[in-house]
Design a protein around this ligand. Structure first.
Ligand SMILES: [Zn+2]
Ligand SMILES: [Zn+2]
Length: 246
C-alpha cells in the first residue's frame, strides 16, 4: 500500500514557531517520498496560538503558485485546517480562505477564540469536566457533533480532521452527516483518531476516509504507518481510503 496524496501538512505560516517547515522543502520532501499531490494546511486564523492569518494565506498562495511551475511533477495545493468556533456551526473560514484555498479541512482545537460566553463555557469548561463525569461527556459529545454537522451543512468542507480527538463526538451521527454532505473523515497519523472503534462505526456509512499525516516536521510528511495499523485492525477495506493505492 502506498499513500499518494497528503492534504494535512503544516508549514512556517503557523504562528509562534508551531511549525518551521519551508514550503519548498515540503515540496522536495514530498517528491522524494513519491507523493503526487500535497496540500499545505495551516491552522485557521482564530487559533490564537498557532493560527495563520489572511495575510499569510495570500503569501502562501503566491509562493505555491511559483512552486507549482517549478515542480510540475507534483500537484501542490493550498489548504487550511479551519476551526469550529461556535456550536451554531460557525468556523474561521474567511472570504480570503474561500478565494485562495483549494482544500478546506475542519477540526476542533482548544487554542481557538470561541464565540459567545455560553458557547465558550460549554466548549472549554464542560468538555474539560466531561473527562471526569461520564454523563456530561456524553452530553458534550452530542453538542460537539451538532456543531460539526452544522458547519458541514454551512460550508463546503472536504475533510474533518482527527474526529474524536480533543473533544468527544458521536461518530455514528458524524459519519451519517459526512455521507450526506460528501465530507471525508480523517484517520490522522499523528493523533489517535479516528481510532479502531471509531473507524468500525463510521464504516457502516458510505463515507470516504482520508489519511492525513498532520506533519509538523519534514520527516512526518506522507507518513501513514500508524493510521494504516488502525485501518487493518478495524478491518476497513483499503478501497474506502481515497488517498491510498496498491
Ligand atoms: Zn488539528
Ligand atoms: Zn493539523
Amino acid at each position: 500500500m502506498k499513500l499518494y496524496s497528503d492534504y494535512h501538512i503544516h508549514s512556517k505560516y503557523s504562528k509562534n514557531g508551531h511549525c518551521k517547515s519551508e514550503l519548498e522543502k515540503i515540496v522536495i520532501t514530498a517528491v522524494d517520498k513519491g507523493l503526487r499531490e500535497i496540500a499545505v494546511s495551516d491552522h485557521g486564523i482564530r487559533h490564537f496560538l498557532y493560527g495563520t492569518s489572511d495575510k499569510n494565506i495570500i503569501k502562501a498562495r503566491k509562493e505555491i503558485d511559483i512552486l507549482k511551475d517549478k515542480y510540475p511533477e507534483i500537484d501542490i495545493k493550498l489548504g487550511i485546517e479551519a476551526n469550529l468556533i461556535s456550536y451554531d456551526g460557525d468556523t474561521d473560514i474567511t472570504q480570503v480562505v474561500v478565494d485562495n484555498c483549494d482544500i478546506i479541512l475542519l477540526g476542533i482545537h482548544f487554542g481557538v477564540i470561541f464565540k459567545g460566553l455560553w458557547g465558550s463555557i460549554r466548549f472549554f469548561k464542560l468538555n474539560f469536566l466531561g473527562r471526569f463525569i461520564s454523563p456530561l461527556r456524553k452530553y458534550m459529545a452530542g453538542i460537539n457533533t451538532d456543531g460539526l454537522i452544522k458547519a458541514m451543512e454551512k460550508y463546503d468542507i472536504d475533510i474533518i480532521t482527527h474526529p474524536g480527538d480533543k473533544v468527544p463526538v458521536d461518530i455514528e451521527r458524524l459519519a451519517e452527516a459526512a455521507e450526506r454532505t460528501n465530507t471525508a473523515l480523517e484517520i490522522n497519523n499523528s493523533h489517535r483518531h479516528l481510532n479502531i472503534e471509531e473507524i468500525r462505526t463510521a464504516s457502516k456509512y458510505k463515507v470516504d476516509f482520508y489519511i492525513g499525516s498532520d506533519a509538523h516536521v519534514y520527516e512526518a510528511i506522507g507518513e501513514f504507518s500508524d493510521s494504516y495499523d488502525r485501518i487493518e485492525k478495524a478491518g476497513l477495506g483499503s478501497d474506502r481510503i481515497i488517498n491510498l493505492e496498491v
